[in-house]
Unconditional design. Structure first.
Length: 275
């Protein structure tokens, strides 16, 4: 779906339920793209200073729910409190409202059961790089989501990075395992690379810096080049060289790829259990 950079033309009321790290990142992204804070209502018992500062520009923080009807409701609370929060949001749903959930593990069926009948609902799975506008969010809508509502949801989600839409909600568990949990796998690799550098004799501070910037730079290269990961790996690997020696270990029968396959399978299974 084509994404519109500016949000200046959005004039309806947007409700953000939960302004923790992910919710705050979304709000920051909206405002950075020109959204008028006066169009936003935030329900958050302990708002950050950043969220509170938007109040000076018209954002409404924890107002009365009476008479309020939203064009979009972004549900960014912890999944554990969803059963308590959704009934409080239900009165804010009108005929045009689209409810967008970024809660992990909460299915479309669960969301629909707590909201008025025929509510347009979008379930999403973002990831933590959304905090710097470099996230990837996968979204799936229920049968009540209209093209206009999908476009609005897409534009709001795109404020924190790329957006991919799927039609089969069954893929969301694997999405969670790959991109939702994926940043932790990358951070673990950076940790392990730094420790290996120390084991090879490098000072700890230097090893940590080398690992951090190598992972960050490689990720940026992968993001900006048209070549796939396998080609980029091959470009670094000279036959009989140092990289080839290391990859021979990482790509052995019990090496990285089968280990990653088992890790993603375990995360996918756990996602299904939690749902």
């Amino acid at each position: 779906m084509k994404q519109t950079t500016s949000l200046r033309d959005i004039a309806g009321t947007l409700v953000l339920a939960g302004a923790g790290k992910m919710g705050s990142a979304m709000l920051d992204g909206w405002v950075a793209r020109g959204l008028d804070p006066a169009t936003v209502v935030v329900f958050e018992p302990q708002p950050s200073l950043q969220v509170a500062r938007y109040g000076a520009r018209g954002l409404r923080l924890n107002p009365s729910r009476g008479g309020l009807v939203a064009d979009a409701i972004i549900v960014a609370v912890k999944p554990q409190v969803a059963a308590d929060v959704l009934p409080e949001l239900a009165p804010l749903v009108g005929p045009r409202t689209v409810v967008v959930s970024i809660m992990a593990g909460r299915t479309l069926g669960f969301l629909e059961s707590a909201l008025p009948p025929a509510t347009a609902v979008v379930r999403t799975m973002p990831n933590t790089p959304a905090a710097i506008g470099r996230g990837i969010t996968v979204a799936v809508g229920n049968k009540y989501v209209t093209p206009t509502q999908k476009e609005l949801a897409d534009r709001l989600l795109a404020a924190t990075g790329a957006v991919e839409w799927i039609t089969d909600e069954g893929h969301m568990d694997a999405v969670t395992a790959v991109s939702g949990s994926g940043p932790a796998y990358v951070f673990l690799m950076a940790e392990a690379l730094a420790r290996a550098g120390v084991a090879a004799g490098l000072p700890e501070a230097l090893a940590e810096k080398l690992a951090r910037l190598t992972v960050a730079g490689s990720g940026e290269l992968l993001n900006t080049t048209p070549e796939d990961a396998a080609t980029l790996r091959q470009n670094v690997t000279s036959p009989g060289g140092t990289t080839a020696a290391a990859l021979a270990v990482l790509m052995a029968n019990d090496g990285l790829e089968p280990l990653m396959t088992r890790a993603v399978a375990a995360a996918t299974k756990r996602s299904r259990e939690l749902a």
